[in-house]
Design a protein around this ligand. Structure first.
Ligand code: C2O
Ligand code: CU
Ligand code: CU
Length: 421
């Protein structure tokens, strides 16, 4: 259904099957029957109204990660869609173009439900970007990266905090696929939708490429790199130029944070044909907004409690939906210092804020580089690391969460709430 200013979508969540491995049926959870879910392409300036029907046997909550929207449409972990019920989410799509994603957020079970398939991309297409001349159409390609563990029958194995066994990599739901590309520029939108795995990505021949976007869309300027880190929940937009390759050449997207050989190769690009290329990457993309002078400072501690029962803590507390951890005033700019105190255990975390995008000021006192020069909603906080972010709370009062996006950690309590008034 459509009208002049709104697009309507109906989505049905279901327990179904997917052919992850040829000839095998894997039990998965899906949005509209697809594993992973189909990419929703929304237009900036047009509202999207998504009716989510829960055809599974478990409670769900649909969160639009990275979106700036009213509390009722956020997909808060306590705003559940019970089995057999539906909920209507209204997405204003007023923020600048960005690669967002939607995923399950039912508290405690989000880790398992995202792992089993409740995740999809939501590309917010921005007319203002089109004049830049970046690769588009069939040369603008989403890549959802994750790991998983399968049993010999091809079924997903899920153990909360059992990530050590997740050594099979999937791209768009297929194990280490290949993609036939033309010898020209592509814009890739990468999402790490693993529960816990951080990737360090490069091309196998170490060829440089350009990062042009981050969680909240275009960077101020492109950054040429040979690799970058992508922790769970983060997105990166990269322009890779295959023109220098000969037809018939192959190059592999390689993960340098692999603990086993099988987790090294993410996917392969086969340079299959020539193609005209009128796209370009301009020297400037989208300036950072002025977030103003910060008047409030907060400190957040992240650590895992490896006691008799494992829990994950923010400021030494387990998430309590009835507790308000931070009281925030609308219109203020704040600096949050986030510290990961899991030095001994060597456990990385990251921090994700609902509602607002932030600027990453520094990590361990050093200015950030690469895709972290853009506005973000999720930032890696390595073991023993200190990250400072600057965030401005502009509108939309209410209770929103912030949490580690290593979903096994947030399911175990590494989540807090801010009340914005
Ligand atoms: Cu990607 Cu609280 O979520
Ligand atoms: Cu989110
Ligand atoms: Cu964590």
């Amino acid at each position: 259904r459509q009208d002049a200013t709104t697009d309507y979508y109906r989505v049905r969540m279901a327990e179904t099957q997917a052919e992850v491995y040829p000839g095998l049926q894997t039990k998965v959870l899906t949005y509209n029957g697809q594993f992973p879910a189909a990419t929703i392409v929304a237009k900036r300036g047009r509202r999207a109204v998504v009716t989510q029907y829960n055809g599974t046997s478990r409670p769900t909550a649909v969160h639009l990660h990275g979106a700036h929207l009213p509390r009722k449409d956020d997909g808060h972990p306590m705003d559940l869609v019970e089995a057999g019920q539906e909920r209507v989410y209204e997405y204003p799509n007023t923020q600048p173009g960005a690669t967002l994603w939607y995923h399950d957020h039912a508290h405690h079970t989000e880790a398992e439900q995202v792992y089993r398939g409740l995740a999809g991309l939501y590309v917010l297409d921005d007319e203002a970007e089109h004049d830049l001349g970046l690769p588009d159409g069939e040369y603008d390609v989403p890549l959802m990266l994750r790991d998983a563990q399968f049993d010999p029958a091809g079924q997903l194995v899920f153990v909360l905090a059992g990530f050590a066994g997740r050594q099979t990599l999937l791209v768009n739901g297929r194990p280490q696929p290949y993609f036939e590309v033309a010898a020209r520029k592509y814009r890739f939108r990468l999402l790490n939708c693993s529960n816990d795995r951080t990737f360090r990505l490069r091309l196998s021949d170490n060829r440089p490429f350009q990062l042009i976007g981050s969680d909240s869309g275009l960077l101020p300027a492109p950054v040429t790199v040979t690799d970058f880190d992508l922790s769970p929940g983060e997105r990166v937009e990269a322009v890779v130029d295959f023109a220098p390759y000969e037809i018939g050449a192959q190059v592999t997207l390689t993960n340098d944070l692999a603990e086993v050989e099988s987790a090294k190769s993410v996917m392969r690009f086969d340079i299959a044909r020539t193609a005209a290329d009128h796209s370009r990457v301009p020297p400037t993309l989208r300036p950072l907004p002025d977030l103003g002078e910060a008047t409030v400072e907060r400190h957040i501690l992240m650590r895992v409690n490896l006691g008799a029962t494992i829990s994950s803590l923010l400021d030494d507390k387990v998430y309590d939906p009835n507790r308000i951890d931070q009281r925030v005033k609308l219109g203020t700019t704040e600096i949050w210092t986030i510290t990961n105190t899991d030095v001994q255990a060597g456990i990385p975390h990251n921090m994700h804020l609902h509602l607002e995008q932030f600027q990453v000021l520094d990590r361990d006192g050093k200015p950030v580089t690469g895709h972290e020069t853009g506005l973000k909603d999720t930032v890696l906080v390595p073991a023993g690391g200190n990250v400072r972010i600057k965030v401005r709370f502009t509108d939309h009062p209410g209770l929103f969460v912030y949490h580690c996006h290593m979903l096994d950690h947030s399911a175990l309590g590494m989540m807090g709430q801010m009340e914005i008034t």
